[in-house]
Unconditional design. Structure first.
Length: 222
């Protein structure tokens, strides 16, 4: 499930977008202004951030610039301002896309999904390929070194998360929150057990998954 941060000062818009996207299987966190959006982005790892441009306390442009100083998640602006200079200002502040209000919810949702997939290296067929390993999200099949392997759902999700965040060290606590959920109250060493299962299944390709002592795990792109 992709995690989206949606910031808009109008509560009706926030709740309508949240309800629509949640029905589409997305996990949406709401923020009422730019300051709240920055705070949320600092505390959670989002797959996409959507910011209204005109917000109180801190506007979308200011929030985008601040978020860009510590976060690489794709950002989409929403605004009633649709002149060329408005769009250029949005892109120059670090946004990946710009949607002019009013907009159909279906368009916002599809553009959000397309932006997320593009940022994660997923192709049109919903396949992710890194270092000779290909994950097919539609069929849940994996090709590693030309051989098809099978993983349980949780292991598939874990491998996908590592590959999407290639060359980034992911702590056990972060992995637990994204794969097992925030309410998981078991031992964080469960991550180690599943990493072992994945490495065994990958065979010669297992070397891509590196253990970073005292920090977590990293999928190194070759």
């Amino acid at each position: 499930m992709y995690k989206i941060l949606f910031a808009d000062d109008e509560i009706k818009i926030r709740e309508t977008v949240r309800d629509y996207m949640t029905a589409k299987g997305l996990d949406v966190t709401l923020a009422e202004n730019g300051k709240a959006a920055v705070a949320a982005a600092e505390n959670e790892n989002f797959d996409l951030i959507i910011l209204d441009v005109m917000m109180p306390v801190k506007n979308g442009i200011e929030a985008c610039r601040e978020i860009r100083s510590f976060c690489n998640a794709p950002i989409i602006f929403l605004s009633a301002l649709g002149e060329e200079h408005d769009l250029l200002k949005g892109y120059s502040s670090g946004a990946d896309d710009y949607i002019v209000k009013p907009f159909p919810l279906s368009v916002l949702c599809e553009k959000s999904l397309a932006t997320i997939k593009r940022s994660k290296g997923l192709d049109r067929e919903n396949k992710l390929t890194v270092s000779g390993i290909t994950l097919d999200k539609n069929s849940m099949k994996i090709l590693a070194g030309g051989k098809e392997i099978t993983l349980a759902s949780k292991d598939f999700q874990l491998l996908e998360y590592l590959m999407i965040n290639k060359n980034t060290v992911l702590s056990r606590s972060l992995i637990l929150s994204r794969i097992w959920g925030y309410d998981f109250d078991g031992d964080d060493r469960v991550v180690d057990t599943h990493i072992k299962i994945i490495r065994k299944a990958l065979g010669e390709n297992a070397a891509c998954i590196k253990t970073v002592i005292g920090a977590g795990y990293c999928f190194e792109e070759r």
